[in-house]
Design a binder for this molecule. Structure first.
Ligand code: MG
Length: 162
């Protein structure tokens, strides 16, 4: 059986809002009344993207690569984790092609920050900004996202054999 030249992966992540932390999403700091709680910088956008890329390349998942029991990754800059994940993708014989990300959060509004997030992520993947799409939605006031308790992110990424 031949190994497919094009592969697709999906990623999901969520983090809870908490006080006294900066809000980091897509590799940038976004002004808000609360940040996200996590072992690393809790950048749910970058974490979902990492899992989508690892899934596409068949390279495991973010928890295997960067265990939250490992003090190495405490407070880690997730862009650095993304850089490591891209190396794993390359090691599997693939390169990133494109990614599509949906952020679900009641607040803050992410539209004004979209271009800056794309500009932070795209070069790490070795891609032009046009290859990364970031969409933002609210949850229409429903459930834990609607109550503003946290943020959820879905990501799809495709890779091709290098
Ligand atoms: Mg995470």
């Amino acid at each position: 059986m031949t190994v497919p030249r094009h592969r697709v992966g999906i990623g999901y992540d969520s983090h809870r809002f908490g006080p006294g932390r900066p809000l980091v999403l897509g590799g940038i700091e976004i002004p808000h009344t609360a940040g996200l709680i996590g072992h690393s910088d809790a950048d749910a956008v970058t974490h979902a993207l990492i899992d989508a890329l690892l899934g596409a390349a068949g390279a495991g998942d973010i928890g295997q690569l960067f265990p939250d029991t490992d003090p190495t990754w405490a407070g880690a800059d997730s862009i650095g984790l993304l850089r490591e994940a891209v190396k794993r993708v390359h090691a599997q014989g693939y390169q990133p092609v494109q990614a599509d990300i949906t952020v679900i959060a009641e607040a803050p509004q992410l539209g004004p920050h979209r271009a800056r997030m794309v500009a932070a992520l795209a070069p790490v993947l070795g891609l032009p900004a046009s290859a990364i799409s970031i969409k933002a939605k609210t949850n229409e006031g429903m459930g834990w996202i609607g109550r503003g308790e946290g943020v959820a992110v879905l990501a799809v990424a495709s890779v091709e054999a290098s």
